[in-house]
Each structure stands twice: as structure tokens, then as C-alpha cells.
Design a protein around this ligand. Structure first.
Ligand SMILES: *[C@@H]1O[C@H](CO)[C@@H](O)[C@H](O)[C@H]1NC(C)=O
Ligand SMILES: *[C@@H]1O[C@H](CO)[C@@H](O)[C@H](O)[C@H]1NC(C)=O
Ligand SMILES: *[C@@H]1O[C@H](CO)[C@@H](O)[C@H](O)[C@H]1NC(C)=O
Ligand SMILES: *[C@@H]1O[C@H](CO)[C@@H](O)[C@H](O)[C@H]1NC(C)=O
Ligand SMILES: *[C@@H]1O[C@H](CO)[C@@H](O)[C@H](O)[C@H]1NC(C)=O
Ligand SMILES: *[C@@H]1O[C@H](CO)[C@@H](O)[C@H](O)[C@H]1NC(C)=O
Ligand SMILES: *[C@@H]1O[C@H](CO)[C@@H](O)[C@H](O)[C@H]1NC(C)=O
Length: 445
């Protein structure tokens, strides 16, 4: 009883609750990219006899979350009896029942709930528009802004006297899987653009907008990634936490993973994700190796390994949160940029592959894992740099926007003793300890 009600326990309990709330919040809100969203804009720029023409733009404002192969799928519900008479730059997956329309050319889609997908870049020029046809792929905004949006043209008709038409309802976005929730479409200020070398401003007739946000919880995804650590000063390698992304079946005959040395064909496949058997069972492992400690710099080797036998990760990216990135940083084999930190002490850096060199993280095969690697040289800030207390290890890592499971601080490679005494006052260490407490409590309760 005394133990439970002592102030320190009350304090720990409060913090635990706070952390639990924070971690469940982080399922639907990413504090490192608070403004991230995918915005869908309908710009009506022309009235027709019985309808309007609109340009629909899908803009990915997520700094490090891209829309990968298979691409986006945009759906909505018409408020009345609208039909899509024609479309360019994308297409509706179903035409539906257009039998009651006596137009010269049949409408493009008469469905109440049309679903639109992108064209391939190889589509015929006459059905393309400006900024279209990327096969549904949208780059992350911080990486290639010029490829982070896509647009298409629709001609809407059959408004039956309601000459201006109604906003579509219930917008849905698959990008490519579930996980996105879109706000109701709303009127906003008309989109303006500049012509005649920027000397004249023109505007569309009206603009409707919806923003779609991603939630890990809704996407129903198991973790995809874990982190392992090593250093030059300790031979211990801290492996990924066991069962980071799932656990191996206890009975080897029911393995749902691939044993080393065996090939994909031996597995009754068909699934998209087929990973190598490991204790962590993650398709992606990120390894952080503290490689050298120089007078004015320190060097890290960062390796991303693909344990998935059936998937290449095209245009992968990884985000690393580490206070060391506040110093001059040179990355040798990846592209990188620093991201703005809003209310965070630790800097965040984003890394991605160099085109035609390592932007494709290849799948594993029976002989080896797919991997990409770089060395990073960081400047030293004599006030903060230390090899103690796990300071040299990353605070947080995301792969393609998904959180990677970190090992527990008590498993971090330690400095050999004798070099110096432990500094227990470091705030980071306190946080790590707290995190550990929470995890232990979680197991306990
Ligand atoms: C969507 O992202 C843009 C760019 O970051 C931002 O300006 C806008 O406010 C965001 N919209 C919402 C509703 O969060
Ligand atoms: C198609 O629509 C017309 C007119 O609304 C209707 O009469 C017809 O039964 C529909 N056909 C099918 C196969 O649903
Ligand atoms: C839109 O979605 C809401 C909630 O899912 C549903 O109640 C409503 O009927 C939908 N509206 C249309 C027109 O489909
Ligand atoms: C992965 O990329 C390689 C090389 O481009 C290609 O040969 C292979 O078929 C791709 N694998 C998958 C599963 O897409
Ligand atoms: C950062 O490092 C690069 C390469 O070592 C060097 O050229 C540059 O001057 C440095 N910048 C600063 C601000 O120290
Ligand atoms: C990546 O780096 C390469 C070589 O440094 C550069 O040519 C390319 O423009 C960079 N790509 C992006 C998207 O920044
Ligand atoms: C280092 O610490 C460990 C555990 O605290 C201890 O067992 C070992 O004897 C120490 N070694 C030296 C050289 O002090």
C-alpha cells in the first residue's frame, strides 16, 4: 500500500498514462509532420449547356509518405443524378448503366459512386492532360515536390436544370490501401493562377476542397520495420526487438515465412508480403552503426535491409530523429534534407535513394537480403556530443512514414567501463528509462 501511494509511484503512473495517451494519439496524428495531408481540389473552370468542366487535383502534402505502386483510387458519391460525360488524364473503373442517355457519344461513367484511377505514363496522348498520368504514384512532398500531385479533367452533365451542380459527397481515397479519411468537400476561395509571365492573375469559377489524412490505426497495418544497433567500441550487436512485426510460429512446419536458403517457389505464395524467417519478422530492418569517433566529427553507417522476398520498395525514404543532425552533416550515398522541427528539440533528417543508383530497395532472394547503405559524417557539438547514455543512437526512425520498432535502452551497446562513470542526469537517459518503465509496466499489468 505504502509503495503504491508514495509520490514517486503516483508520478510514474501519471507519466505512464500520459505516454499511453500520446502513443495512441500518434496512431492518427504524426507530430513530426503535423500538417501532412492529401488535398483533393475540384476547380470548375467552364460551364456547359447542362453541366460543368472541372479539373481535379490530388496533391500529396505529406513530407515523407508517398503513394506507391498500384497507385491512388479516388471515389465519391454524386448528390443528384450527375454523370461524367467525359474524362481525360484518368479514368473511371466502371461505366455503369448509361442506357437512358441518348448522346452521340455515351457518357464516360453513369455510376452513382464512380471510382477514378490514374492512367499510366504510356497512355495515348489524346486522353492525357497536363500533370497527369503517373500510374497513380505520388512522391512525398519533401522529396520530389514536382511529382507530388496529379490532376485530371472531368466534364459533368445531367444536372437537370440545377445549372451549377452539387458538391460530390463522401470522398474516399485509397492510396493504395485503406488508411485515409477525407473531410466533407467544402467551398473555398477560387484557385488563382498567373499568366502572361506572371503579370495577369486569372481565377477559376469555383473551387471545392477536401483533405484526406492518414491513420496507421485505420490502415490496419502490422509494423513493417525495426531498428538494430552496433558500435565500434563494443562487439555487442543490439538486434531488433523480438516479435517487432510478428512472431514466428512455434511449430516450424506451419512457418509463414521463408527459411534461409530456400526459395520463394517452395512456398505456396500468392501473398504480397513474404518475409525471411527472423526473430523480428519485419520486412525492413534499419541498422545504425556508430563507426568512428574523430576529433571534430563522428561517423555512422546506416543500412536498410529488405527481408521481403516478394516486394521491391521503390522510392523508399527514411526519417531519422537525432540531436546530432543540428550539426553539419554529410551523407555519402543517399540524398538527404533536414526537415523543420516544430516544437521538437531533436533534429529530423530525411534520407532517400539516389535515382538509378539505390532508390530501389530490391527484394531478398535465397542468397541475400536486398539492401542499401550509406555513411553519414556528422559534425560534433562539444556541448552535447557523447557516447554515453545512448546519445549516439537515433531517437526515432520511420521507414516510408511508418514507425520502426526501437530496441529497449537497456539493451543498447554500452561503453566499456573504465572509460568514464555513467552520467545519470542526462534528460534523454531519463526519458529512455521512463519508456522502459512503461514497457515493463505494460507487460506486468
Ligand atoms: C494540408 O496541408 C497543407 C500544406 O501543409 C496545409 O497548408 C493545409 O492547411 C493542410 N490542410 C489541413 C486541413 O490540415
Ligand atoms: C438501366 O437504367 C434504365 C433506366 O434507368 C433501366 O430502365 C434499366 O432497367 C437499367 N438496366 C439495368 C441492367 O439495370
Ligand atoms: C455518406 O456516408 C455516410 C456515413 O458513412 C452515410 O450515412 C451516407 O448515407 C453517405 N451518403 C451517401 C450519399 O452515400
Ligand atoms: C524487383 O526489381 C528487379 C530489378 O528491377 C526486378 O527484376 C524484379 O522483378 C522486381 N521484383 C518485384 C517483385 O517487383
Ligand atoms: C559542412 O561540411 C561541408 C563538407 O565537409 C563543408 O564544405 C561546409 O563548408 C561545411 N559547412 C559548415 C557550415 O561548416
Ligand atoms: C539526389 O542526388 C542526386 C545526386 O546528388 C541529384 O542529382 C538528384 O537531383 C537528387 N535527387 C533529388 C530528388 O533531390
Ligand atoms: C565492467 O562492469 C561489469 C558489470 O558492471 C563488471 O562485471 C566488470 O567487472 C567491469 N569491468 C571492469 C574492467 O571494470
Amino acid at each position: 500500500m505504502e509503495l503504491i501511494f508514495s509520490p514517486i509511484w503516483a508520478f510514474a503512473l501519471k507519466l505512464t498514462l500520459l505516454l499511453v495517451v500520446m502513443s495512441s494519439l500518434s496512431d492518427c496524428y504524426d507530430p513530426l509532420d503535423p500538417n501532412g495531408n492529401i488535398t483533393v481540389t475540384f476547380d470548375t473552370h467552364k460551364w456547359t449547356d447542362d453541366g460543368y468542366m472541372a479539373r481535379v487535383t490530388i496533391q500529396n502534402y505529406y513530407q515523407y509518405r508517398h503513394v506507391e505502386k498500384q497507385g491512388w483510387k479516388l471515389g465519391w458519391t454524386w448528390a443528384e443524378d450527375e454523370v461524367i460525360l467525359s474524362m481525360s488524364g484518368a479514368f473511371a473503373t466502371e461505366q455503369g448503366n448509361c442506357s437512358s442517355f441518348k448522346f452521340q457519344t455515351p457518357p464516360h461513367s453513369c455510376l452513382k459512386n464512380p471510382v477514378i484511377v490514374d492512367l499510366e505514363p504510356t497512355a495515348a496522348p489524346e486522353i492525357m492532360t497536363e500533370d497527369c498520368c503517373h500510374g497513380g504514384i505520388l512522391s512525398a512532398w519533401a522529396i520530389i515536390p514536382s511529382n507530388s500531385f496529379s490532376s485530371f479533367e472531368i466534364m459533368v452533365g445531367n444536372l437537370k436544370g440545377n445549372t451549377y451542380g452539387n458538391k460530390p459527397l463522401n470522398l474516399t481515397l485509397m492510396a493504395p490501401g485503406p488508411g485515409y479519411t477525407c473531410s466533407p468537400i467544402e467551398d473555398t476561395d477560387p484557385t488563382v493562377s498567373l499568366v502572361i509571365g506572371g503579370r495577369r492573375q486569372i481565377q477559376v469559377f469555383r473551387t471545392w476542397k477536401s483533405t484526406c489524412t492518414y491513420s496507421t490505426f485505420l490502415s490496419n497495418k502490422v509494423p513493417v520495420c525495426c531498428v538494430s544497433l552496433s558500435t565500434f567500441y563494443n562487439p555487442t550487436i543490439t538486434t531488433c526487438p523480438q516479435c517487432s512485426c510478428g512472431c514466428r510460429a512455434a511449430n516450424p512446419s506451419t512457418d509463414s515465412c521463408i527459411r534461409e536458403g530456400s526459395s520463394l517457389s517452395q512456398l505456396s505464395s500468392g501473398k504480397l508480403d513474404i518475409v525471411r524467417c527472423t526473430d523480428h519478422m519485419c520486412p525492413i530492418r534499419v541498422h545504425w552503426h556508430v563507426k568512428n569517433n574523430y576529433m571534430f566529427h563522428w561517423r555512422v553507417k546506416l543500412t536498410i535491409s529488405n527481408y521481403n522476398h516478394a516486394k521491391n520498395y521503390s522510392d523508399w525514404n527514411i526519417l531519422v530523429q537525432h540531436p546530432g543532425f543540428s550539426q553539419n552533416t554529410t551523407t555519402y550515398s543517399f540524398n538527404s534534407t533536414a526537415l523543420p522541427t516544430v516544437g521538437f528539440a531533436d533534429e529530423i533528417a530525411l534520407f532517400w535513394g539516389v535515382a538509378f543508383y539505390n532508390n530501389e530497395l530490391l527484394h531478398a532472394d535465397d542468397k541475400k537480403l536486398g539492401s542499401v547503405t550509406t555513411e553519414i559524417l556528422l559534425g560534433k557539438d562539444s556541448n552535447s556530443f557523447t557516447l554515453h547514455d545512448g546519445w549516439a543512437f537515433p531517437r526515432r526512425i520511420y521507414f516510408n512514414g511508418e514507425n520502426c520498432e526501437m530496441p529497449l535502452p537497456d539493451t543498447y551497446p554500452m561503453l566499456p567501463n573504465g572509460s568514464s562513470t555513467q552520467k545519470l542526469t542526462h534528460p534523454q537517459f531519463f526519458l529512455l528509462l521512463l519508456c522502459l518503465t512503461v514497457k515493463v509496466l505494460a507487460i506486468w499489468l
